[in-house]
Design a protein around this ligand. Structure first.
Ligand code: PAZ
Length: 325
């Protein structure tokens, strides 16, 4: 696979053209109208006087199909745990949440459920009884009902799934342009692991790539940088937090600083793959803050103190925006 990694920065005009061509050539969303309707209703319901703040949490990795009738694809690592946990804490903090997530990844309030199929948990032993199994089932149902369905039914949680980079970026654009009207009350918390490279739809083969023709030689184009577009056009007043993941801790903070400046983010959350559940560093224009999980508390998440910090900073941002406007 010939991975073309152009390290030179593209000029603005070429970025705009790349962006236009990405959207023009992407396969249209099958449920675009339905998403648009749901978004409109959700934002109206959660706008004053009934609602206050809305955050769009992105979660999970995007896939890059290699064939139009996709059999093979490239994937970005993300279990979706960060996004699911953060959604729970945002809801607790009083936000309405648009959860833009990769299909099949971790869901809010379901993080503690076993990975194995539920049926396996219900395996009967000599000691256990059908009544015991029934109780476990009821406990799980109670747990899910009390949180997840409540949030959905009360109109505080809108779940929008994606799989490919094409779906992700088209839905993100729809969410962002719909949230523009919220001004500074809107927030973007971009924890999804988004591919940097992709195969443009029109240059993708239709059918399954055959192995008989020898080694695979494929050119990947760069995914246009959507963060700039989000800040400049889609929702310029929204409070924007992006994530930076690295496996080499020596370059992590430098890369996060660069992202903060280049894409004019309000905050960048830097995390290293192996320690991401223990600590993150929040990079802002006024300094860096290390946020750690409380190790003295059983099952404590790093997302708990992280969302508290973001909520405070968002409040200050809203106040400042109100006084300047
Ligand atoms: O989803 P998860 O909990 O397994 O991991 C979260 C994460 C590392 C994907 C996220 O914190 C993150 O850094 N997202 C951005 C990744 C990137 O730099 O593209």
């Amino acid at each position: 696979m010939d991975l073309v990694n152009g390290s030179q920065e593209a000029p603005q005009e070429s970025l705009d053209t790349d962006m236009e061509s990405f959207f023009e050539t992407a396969p249209p969303l099958r449920d675009g109208l339905d998403i648009s309707r749901k978004l409109g209703e959700f934002i109206e319901l959660n706008s004053p006087p009934t609602g206050e703040r809305i955050v769009c949490v992105t979660s999970g990795g995007t896939t890059v199909p290699l064939e139009q009738r996709c059999v093979r694809y490239i994937d970005n690592f993300s279990s979706g745990h960060r996004g699911a946990a953060s959604t729970e804490y945002f809801l607790k903090a009083g936000y309405a949440v648009i959860f833009l997530h990769r299909r099949g990844t971790c869901q809010p309030y379901c993080r503690s459920l076993p990975e194995d199929s539920l049926l396996e948990c219900f395996e009967l032993t000599e000691e256990s009884s059908v009544q015991g199994v029934f109780n476990v089932k009821c406990d799980i149902e109670k747990h899910l009902n009390s949180h997840l369905s409540q949030a959905v039914e009360q109109g505080l949680l809108l779940k929008l799934p994606f799989t490919t980079i094409f779906e992700y970026l088209q839905i993100l654009r729809m969410v962002a342009t719909s949230m523009k009207s919220l001004g500074s009350r809107g927030m973007f918390y971009l924890a999804a692991a988004v591919s940097d490279f992709y195969v443009p739809w029109e240059s993708m083969v239709e059918h399954k790539i055959q192995s008989a023709s020898g080694p695979l030689d494929m050119r990947l184009a760069q995914v246009p940088k959507m963060l700039s577009m989000l800040r400049k056009e889609w929702a310029p007043m929204a409070f924007c937090i992006s994530f930076k993941l690295e496996t080499d801790s020596n370059i992590l903070l430098k890369k996060a600083d660069m992202a903060l400046r280049k894409y004019k983010m309000h905050m960048v959350v830097a995390n290293e793959l192996l320690s991401r559940k223990e600590e993150v560093t929040v990079v802002t224009s006024s300094g860096r803050i290390t946020v750690r999980r409380d190790k003295n508390e059983a099952d404590a998440d790093v997302e708990n103190p992280l969302i508290k910090l973001l909520e405070e900073r968002h409040s200050t941002y809203i106040q400042e925006s109100n006084t300047t406007n």
